[in-house]
Structure formats: structure tokens, C-alpha cells
Design a protein around this ligand. Structure first.
Ligand SMILES: Cc1ncc(COP(=O)(O)O)c(C=O)c1O
Length: 429
């Protein structure tokens, strides 16, 4: 991998005060940032959302895509569109983001947790099969961190027991599994396009399906969902524009307080966190629609998706050549994955953060089994001890972002300093 040299003016300056990379705002390029400005000035119309949906469907190899204001809202809509009802059980990986079981709990459904592989961090189909019972209605196929789960194994179980499959491609837009795009592997699927994902519409997501009847039900749910107010729509576009600049690695020392000030002034838009909730949020409509402004931003990012994925895959390959975490454990080829984050286990996570966190704001993903809930997991049906492998993984997981602001030279310099230490710290199974 070749990294262009630093420009002369940069060489002349020290990294004042320190160059630090965040996990947010790195999905994009300056050209996508420029393309987002009109979204701030003109709200746009639903035709832009339809164009975004058409492109999303094409990218996922599906006949239909239906956009929502968040991936979790797309999931909430899918549960209804598949005809799941209160009391039904869905088997989830015991290693997920809490917004996933939250969506089930909001519908009165019961999440059931299956343990995971300690290498790929995806659900282990053998654990899933052992949990199928009389109230099981669906199996949840989550591609954690952008790496394919064993969809063939999970679909075989679903077929044997007459269950639906819901594919969670929140982390894996653009990945394929033995040639078939993520998003096309279950009865219905969804992708997240929030600011930490493969593409970034600040917040957002879409559902996909090849089933015409399910698609019609999803479209009905979207059509009766509320839109954001005109002001909030502009705040979303403004948040996207501001974060890209203020989270620039060279400007973070100034950017962070500036973002804090913008937040206090009410200029940035985020959902009130529903992570800790066990009933439908009441501060905003759930689900809500994706805004035309976001669809416009999303379309410009779809146009650069190949380049985006090439970068992520080449960083993941670089790391794999040195760390060798995944070896031959992946279902499908290395370069088929989206590699949203390259993840592995270390003995001492605090020591890892001390070394690598000085240059990258790691924001490590899934350091708890139900990420987003430190405690109170019983509210979404998880009790300590249910998934021992996942619990150990959560204690030792670390992951590195692969977005386009992370340059090979950064990894090289980190590796030069800490590579030998890291090799000795890996916690292999
Ligand atoms: C595995 C997984 N599924 C679903 C989601 C929901 O996506 P969103 O944040 O767009 O609602 C997330 C959120 O990060 C996630 O990590």
C-alpha cells in the first residue's frame, strides 16, 4: 500500500496539539461534503428518497428498498411487515447493539439469545438450533462489524423449522456472501447509514426484500410514518456538514468544544437516545421517514461506495497480514466483507487503549454483550451467563476503524511502535 508523502507545509508544522482520528465523520470525502450543501438549503422532495431507495435496492441485489430515519426503525417496520406478533420469539446473537432487542421489545416480542463464535464474533448456528422452540418465529442473521455470519447454516435451520430470516446488514453495506450481496440473504434485511457506518447520512437506514407482499407492507408503514419538521431536517444536514469538518483529525482539539457549543445551541440533531428504553420512545415518531436531504447525501455516497470499500478492505488486509486474527475462519472470501471495523481480542484492553487510543479515538464497539446497556439487560431478556463466549468476547474485544480518514501510514507508524507488543497480547482461542 502506498501512502502519498505529507505535503511540505504539513512537514514544516508540528502535529499541534495532537492529530487524533475519530470513528465518526470518516466515512466521507470532501467531494461528498460539498455535495451535501444543497441539502441544507433545499429540503428536497420525496422523489429523491425514491431515487435513494432504488439505488439501495440495486446495491443490495433486491427488488425493493424502503428507507427510514434509522436502521432500528427499519427493523421495527420489518417485524410488522413479516407478520410477527406480540409473544413471538426471535433468536438473536447474544452479542449485539441494544437497539436490536429494543425494537422487538417495543412490539411485545421476546428476544432469545444464542452464543457466538469467539473468532468471527457472529452467532454460532449450533447454539441457534438448540434454542428453537414452539414460539420461535424468526432467526436474526447479523453480520457483526461487517463480516458475514454463516447465513447458509442459519437459513438451513430456518427452513427445517419453518422460520423467517431477518438479515441485519447494519454494518455491512456492500459486502457479499459467496457472490450474493448482503441485504438479499434473508426474507427481509436492513442496513444502517448512520454516521458510524459504511456510508453516512448522519442518521438513517433502509429495509430491503425480494418479497413483493412484504415490500408493500413496508411501504405502507413508511407512508404513514411522520417526517421530521423542516427545521429538524436542516439540523440533520447541518450536523452532517459540521461533524465532517469539526471531527477532522487535525482539528479535533478545537472541533470537540465547537461541537459541544453547537449542541448546546440546539443546532445539531440526534435522537434522544433510546438505548436504555424498554418501550417505544415518545419524544419523536418511531419509526420516522428518511429526509430527502439525507437521501441526497446518501446518493452521493453510493456513487463512491466501491472506493470506500476498497479502502476498508485494503486496511483490513494490511491488519490481517500482521495480526492474522481471522485466518480461514470466514464464511466467504476476505475481500467480500465490508470490514466496517477490524476486530480481535487482547488480554489487557486497557493497555491496548493506552497505546492505540493516543492516536485513534477508539470508541470500541460492543464491550458489553448488549451494547448500549451496561446494566439492566434483563429488560431485553438477557441474563448474565446466557452466552458465556459472548461475555468473554465483550471483556476482551478491541477494534480499529477502517474508514477513509485512517491512512495506511497511520497504521504503519502504530505498528512500528506497538506491533511486537500487540502480537504477544492477542487472546487467541
Ligand atoms: C448490529 C446493529 N444492528 C442495528 C443497528 C441499528 O442501526 P441504527 O443506529 O441506524 O438504528 C446497530 C447500530 O449501530 C447495530 O450495531
Amino acid at each position: 500500500m502506498k501512502e502519498p508523502g505529507r505535503p511540505l507545509w504539513r512537514k514544516a508544522l508540528p502535529d499541534f496539539p495532537v492529530r487524533r482520528y475519530t470513528v465518526i465523520g470518516g466515512t466521507n470525502s470532501w467531494s461528498e461534503w460539498l455535495a451535501a450543501w444543497p441539502a441544507l438549503l433545499h429540503r428536497g422532495d420525496e422523489a429523491t428518497v425514491r431515487a435513494f431507495e432504488a439505488e439501495a435496492a440495486r446495491r443490495c441485489g433486491c427488488r425493493h428498498a424502503i428507507a427510514f430515519a434509522a436502521g432500528r426503525m427499519a427493523l421495527y417496520a420489518i417485524l410488522e411487515a413479516l407478520g410477527l406478533r406480540p409473544g413471538d420469539e426471535v433468536i438473536l446473537p447474544g452479542y449485539t447493539c441494544t437497539v436490536v432487542p429494543n425494537a422487538l421489545v417495543y412490539r411485545g416480542m421476546q428476544p432469545v439469545y444464542a452464543d457466538i463464535s469467539p473468532t468471527t464474533f457472529n452467532v454460532d448456528p449450533r447454539c441457534v438450533e438448540a434454542l428453537v422452540g414452539p414460539r420461535t418465529r424468526a432467526i436474526y442473521m447479523q453480520h457483526t462489524f461487517g463480516v458475514s455470519c454463516d447465513t447458509a447454516g442459519l437459513r438451513a435451520i430456518a427452513q427445517k423449522h419453518g422460520l423467517a430470516t431477518i438479515e441485519d446488514a447494519a454494518h455491512s453495506l456492500g459486502a457479499t456472501h459467496r457472490g450474493a450481496p448482503h441485504g438479499s440473504l434473508g426474507d427481509a434485511a436492513f442496513v444502517s447509514t448512520d454516521r458510524t457506518k459504511v456510508i453516512n447520512t448522519h442518521l438513517g437506514g433502509f429495509a430491503t426484500t425480494n418479497d413483493d407482499a412484504v415490500a408493500a407492507r413496508l411501504a405502507r408503514i413508511r407512508d404513514r410514518a411522520a417526517s421530521l419538521s423542516g427545521l429538524d431536517s436542516r439540523r440533520v444536514a447541518f450536523s452532517f456538514l459540521a461533524e465532517f469538518v469539526l471531527r477532522h483529525p487535525n482539528a479535533l482539539w478545537l472541533g470537540r468544544p465547537a461541537l459541544g457549543a453547537l449542541r448546546r445551541m440546539g443546532l445539531l440533531f440526534h435522537w434522544t437516545a433510546d438505548e436504555g428504553m424498554d418501550r417505544l420512545p415518545d419524544g419523536y415518531p418511531y419509526p420516522s421517514r428518511l429526509e430527502p436531504a439525507q437521501a441526497r447525501i446518501g446518493l452521493s455516497q453510493f456513487a463512491a461506495l466501491e472506493e470506500n470499500l476498497r479502502h476498508r478492505r485494503s486496511l483490513a488486509r494490511w491488519l490481517e497480514d500482521r495480526i492474522g486474527w481471522y485466518g480461514d475462519t470466514l464464511p466467504g472470501a476476505f475481500d467480500e466483507q465490508a470490514w466496517l471495523r477490524y476486530s480481535f481480542l487482547v488480554r489487557d484492553r486497557e493497555a491496548f487503549v493506552e497505546r492505540f487510543g493516543a492516536r485513534i479515538e477508539l470508541g470500541i464497539w460492543f464491550p458489553t454483550v448488549i451494547f448500549g446497556r451496561e446494566t439492566g439487560t434483563e429488560a431485553v431478556g438477557y441474563r448474565q451467563g446466557m452466552c458465556p463466549v459472548a461475555e468473554k468476547v465483550a471483556q476482551h474485544i478491541v477494534n480499529l476503524p477502517t474508514h477513509r480518514r485512517i491512512r495506511p501510514a497511520l497504521l504503519e507508524s502504530l505498528w512500528e511502535r506497538h506491533g511486537d507488543w500487540l502480537r504477544g497480547e492477542l487472546l487467541r482461542n
